[in-house]
Ligand binder design. Structure first.
Ligand SMILES: Nc1ncnc2c1ncn2[C@@H]1O[C@H](COP(=O)(O)OP(=O)(O)O)[C@@H](O)[C@H]1O
Ligand SMILES: CCCC(=O)OP(=O)(O)O
Length: 358
C-alpha cells in the first residue's frame, strides 16, 4: 500500500496526515502550548522537535518509510511566488533557511525533504504562505521603501474557496469572496474571481491581532521603543510574532480556553476576545473595497472558527455584506493530498522554485 504523507506545522500546532489516493487514512493535530514552544532557544531545536513529532506519528501508525509515494508540505516564507505546486529543491530549502521572516511553515519543506530522501521519493509544497496575487494598488503601503507583501494562509483560503464554490455548483474563479483564516495568525483575503488581490500581511505586517501576533501597531511608538535601548531586536520581534496579541494580554495562545473563560464571565478574557472580534470584523469590512462592493460570501475558517460564540459575534458585525459561511478548522491537509494526487497522476506539472536574490 502506498501513502501520501502531508506535513503542516503551524504556529500553535503540528498537523500530519496520511492519505491513500484521495482517501483519508489518518489525520492528527498536535496542539502546542506557549510553555512547550518556549523551551526552544533556536530555530534548529524547534525544527528537530517538529520533525520528531512527524516521525513519531509514522511509527504510531506503523508506516514503513518505503511505503510513502510522495511527501507534501505546507510552504513557508520563501520569495513571493504564484499559486501552485513546487518541487522541494536546494534553492527552496536555502531560502526557507535564510528568510528573515521566521514561522513554523518554514520547517515543513525541510522535514518533508528529509523524509522523502529516505523514502527515495520527491517532496513538494503547494500554495505556500507567500502566494502573491496582490493588485498593484494594494501593493502600495504609503512609503516606497516598504511595499506591502502577501503573507497569508494561502493553502487553506484557496482550498476553502474551492470547496465553497463546489458546494454552490460554481467555479471559484467566478466568485468574489472575503475569506478569513483564524489560527495562530489571522489573515483576511479579498478573493476577486480566484485571485487574492488584497490581504493583510498576517505574520509581522498588519491586520487584526491574533492568538500569537500583534497585527497592526502604532508605527511611531514601535520605532521609539526599538531605538530606546530597552529592547533587543529579538524582543521587539517577539512582541509582534509569538508574544503579541492574545499571548501578550493573557499569556496564552489557546483561543478555545480564552473563549470558554470569556463565556464563563471572566472579564479580562472577555475584553481581549471582544477586541480581537472587533478587529477581525473591521478587516473583513475593509475587503469590500478590493471586491468592488460585490461580495458573494464571507467565509470564516481556521481553528478559531470552531468557536460558536466567537464566529457568532463576528457574523453579527459582517452579515450585512453577504452570507457568512463557516468552515471550522482547515482544508489544508486535504488540499495537500489533492495536489499530491494530481502530481502522481500527471494532471499537473510541478513548478521549479528557481533562484533569485532576496
Ligand atoms: N474548538 C475550538 N474552539 C475555539 N477555538 C479553537 C478550537 N480548536 C482550536 N481552537 C483555537 O484555534 C487556534 C489554532 O488554530 P489553527 O488554525 O489550528 O492554528 P495554527 O495552524 O496556526 O496552529 C488556537 O488558538 C486554538 O485554541
Ligand atoms: C505566516 C502566515 C500563515 C500563518 O500565520 O499560519 P499559522 O496561523 O498556522 O501560524
Amino acid at each position: 500500500m502506498q501513502y501520501i504523507l502531508a506535513i503542516n506545522p503551524g504556529s500553535t500546532s503540528t498537523k500530519v496526515a496520511l492519505y491513500q489516493g484521495e482517501e483519508e487514512y489518518k489525520v492528527k493535530t498536535l496542539r502546542h502550548s506557549i510553555e512547550e514552544l518556549q523551551q526552544f532557544q533556536t530555530e534548529e531545536e524547534q525544527l528537530k522537535f517538529r520533525k520528531e513529532k512527524v516521525v513519531e506519528f509514522l511509527k504510531e501508525e506503523k508506516i514503513d518509510i518505503s511505503s510513502l509515494a510522495i511527501v507534501m508540505a505546507r510552504g513557508g516564507l520563501s520569495k513571493p511566488i504564484e499559486s501552485g505546486v513546487y518541487l522541494v529543491d536546494e534553492n527552496l530549502l536555502h531560502d526557507l533557511k535564510e528568510t528573515p521572516r521566521k514561522h513554523a511553515s518554514n520547517w515543513a519543506a525541510k522535514i518533508a525533504f528529509d523524509i522523502a530522501s529516505e523514502a527515495k521519493v520527491n517532496a513538494y509544497i503547494a500554495d505556500p504562505v507567500v502566494v502573491d496575487e496582490l493588485s498593484d494598488i494594494a501593493r502600495m503601503s504609503g512609503h516606497p521603501k516598504f511595499p506591502r507583501v502577501s503573507v497569508f494562509h494561502a493553502l487553506n483560503q484557496k482550498a476553502v474557496g474551492r470547496t465553497y464554490a463546489e458546494k454552490l455548483g460554481k467555479k471559484y474563479e467566478d466568485l468574489n469572496l472575503i475569506i478569513t483564516h483564524m489560527g495562530g495568525g489571522v489573515s483576511v483575503g479579498a478573493h476577486l474571481k480566484g485571485k487574492v488581490v488584497d490581504v493583510n500581511q498576517a505574520l509581522d505586517g498588519d491586520g487584526p491581532f491574533s492568538p500569537e501576533r500583534s497585527g497592526s501597531l502604532p508605527v511611531g511608538d514601535i520605532i521609539r521603543a526599538a531605538f530606546s535601548g530597552a529592547y533587543t531586536q529579538q524582543e521587539m520581534i517577539s512582541m509582534v510574532v509569538g508574544k503579541g496579541g492574545m499571548s501578550a494580554y493573557l499569556n496564552t495562545i489557546d483561543a478555545k480556553a480564552v473563549e470558554e473563560a470569556a463565556q464563563a464571565g471572566s472579564e479580562a478574557e472577555l475584553k481581549v476576545m471582544e477586541a480581537m472580534i472587533y478587529q477581525i470584523a473591521k478587516s473583513i469590512n475593509s475587503m469590500v473595497v478590493p471586491l468592488q462592493n460585490k461580495v458573494d460570501a464571507v467565509i470564516l475558517t481556521g481553528g478559531m472558527a470552531y468557536g460558536k460564540w466567537f464566529t457568532g459575534k463576528i457574523t453579527e458585525y459582517v452579515n450585512h455584506i453577504a452570507d457568512v459561511e463557516i468552515f471550522p478548522g482547515e482544508d489544508e491537509m486535504w488540499a495537500l493530498a489533492l495536489n499530491a494526487n494530481q502530481v502522481i497522476n500527471n494532471k499537473i506539472t510541478p513548478k521549479e522554485y528557481g533562484y533569485t536574490e532576496f
